[in-house]
Design a protein around this ligand. Structure first.
Ligand code: HAM
Length: 417
């Protein structure tokens, strides 16, 4: 037996999954986002440059594809979609800005699998490229909060926000943080010792409990902003309050990727356990230049982790307007001799958009009726020798058990009623 790869899962019931995708699509379209699709394989270099070489994703989690062609650039499976969307924006020429797009599909990260953490997982990513207004951040975050609360009925979640300032703020803050870490070198792990010199903001991603404990008393970037950033940060908080969006300030939220600047946020739920974020995002004003564009494109975006939000939706699914499948009618040709007639009748029913199945295997009428019951049939259309001869069918209502003999020509009208 060949099993599926560790950290992946098969979806055998996609009703909730599709409900989420459909609702998100409709919702985002009502906010003027358009759906796009980018490639799943990408040059490894794209993510090295955008996510940062010191991030966990780049150092430990990339799936690099082995290609038989030696001349080809190194290819990887995408670990996220923001860099790809920015690549697509730059590569496909001028688009009207703000370019509001969304996309969904599988992402790949070689992480240690646990509840809500997979090696192949799905995200719905939405991005606004080419907009620097702080009001855009507020509009975007409010849109997400309303979606979770009102469209998919989530209640037990929190919105965490931090502000990472502009490049100058981060450069100045890195020195302040460095001074702090220098005073506590005995308490930090080997990895953080290295990160302290190579990419110091990444120390906040460290999972080692003693490091985490120390970083609780570390200086906060939001306390060290320039005048402009400080005013923007205050404005964002005030505007969110005026829109009644509840949030908590999370001073050490830096998100695991290097491309962020200014606003960063996460929607978290205690119901998810250790992997508590089901949506995360922020501003990435310098990403365009990181991947080779001539000019910067101030942008903001976020991604919803589908597997994680599904864990939450499973608990509230009875409150959700998930469309039920149409009633199914099952045709039972009792013997092989009636199969051709069954095919003809099924063909007519399908032409009328009536959900129909034919049972083409079964030892006896009894066993086929049992099978139809399992399929959730509303009616069985039984065709035996007698029915074939008399151009009729026996219609059995599977809820009441009532049977009636009707003309084949009257079947469609009967089922439509
Ligand atoms: P991220 O925080 O790495 O951000 O991922 C976004 C969400 O994807 C997480 O909050 C989580 O729900 C889900 N996720 C991440 N890794 C896994 C995993 N291994 N298994 C299951 N779910 C996972 C990004 O990917 C950014 N591209 C978001 C963004 C868009 N920022 C700006 N625009």
């Amino acid at each position: 037996m060949i099993s599926r790869i560790k950290g992946t899962q098969d979806f055998l019931d996609l009703r909730l999954f599709n409900f989420l995708i459909d609702s998100t699509k409709k919702y985002l379209q009502s906010f003027n986002f358009i759906e796009i699709a980018t490639t799943i394989i990408e040059p490894l270099e794209l993510f090295k440059r955008s996510l940062g070489v010191e991030t966990d994703v780049i150092t430990k989690e990339m799936y690099v594809v082995q290609s038989t062609s030696e001349t080809e650039d190194r290819i990887c499976l995408r670990p996220e979609a923001t860099a790809s969307i920015m690549r697509a924006f730059i590569e496909n020429g001028a688009q009207t800005t703000p370019w509001k797009v969304f996309s969904w599909g599988p992402m790949f990260r070689h992480e240690r699998p646990q509840k809500g953490r997979y090696r192949q997982f799905h995200q719905i990513t939405m991005e606004i490229i080419g907009s620097q207004s702080t009001a855009q951040d507020v509009y975007f975050i409010t849109m997400l909060d309303r979606f979770f609360h009102e469209r998919v009925s989530l209640i037990n979640y929190a919105l965490l926000i931090n502000f990472l300032g502009c490049s100058e703020d981060r450069a100045a803050f890195k020195k302040i943080l460095h001074e702090f870490l220098e005073k506590h070198t005995a308490q930090i792990c080997e990895n953080c010792m290295r990160r302290k010199e190579t990419n110091i903001m990444r120390v906040f991603d460290c999972k080692v409990p003693t490091c985490q404990e120390l970083y609780r008393s570390a200086p906060h970037i939001a306390d060290n902003l320039c005048g402009t950033c400080s005013a923007e940060w205050e404005q964002i908080k005030t505007m969110l309050e005026q829109l009644s969006v509840t949030f908590s300030y999370a001073p050490s939220l830096v998100r695991g990727l290097d491309y962020y600047s200014k606003t960063v946020f996460e929607f978290v739920s205690t119901e998810l356990g250790a992997q508590n974020a089901f949506c995360g995002g922020g501003r990435y004003d310098q990403l365009a230049q990181l991947i080779g564009a001539r000019t910067d494109q101030p942008s903001i975006g976020a991604a919803i982790g589908i597997e994680r939000i599904l864990l939450l939706l499973e608990k509230v699914q009875n409150k959700l307007p998930i469309t039920t499948l149409p009633s199914l009618h099952v045709i039972i040709p009792v013997f092989k001799e009636q199969q051709m007639l069954a095919l003809l009748i099924a063909d007519e029913l399908h032409a009328q958009n009536i959900a129909t199945e034919i049972l083409l295997e079964g030892d006896s009428l009894k066993s086929m009726l049992r099978k139809a019951n399992k399929l959730g049939a509303q009616n069985c259309i039984i065709i035996g020798e007698e029915e074939q001869k008399t151009h009729t069918v026996k219609l059995k209502n599977m809820t009441t058990g009532q049977e009636e003999q009707i003309a084949q020509a009257a079947l469609i009208k009967k089922l439509k009623n």
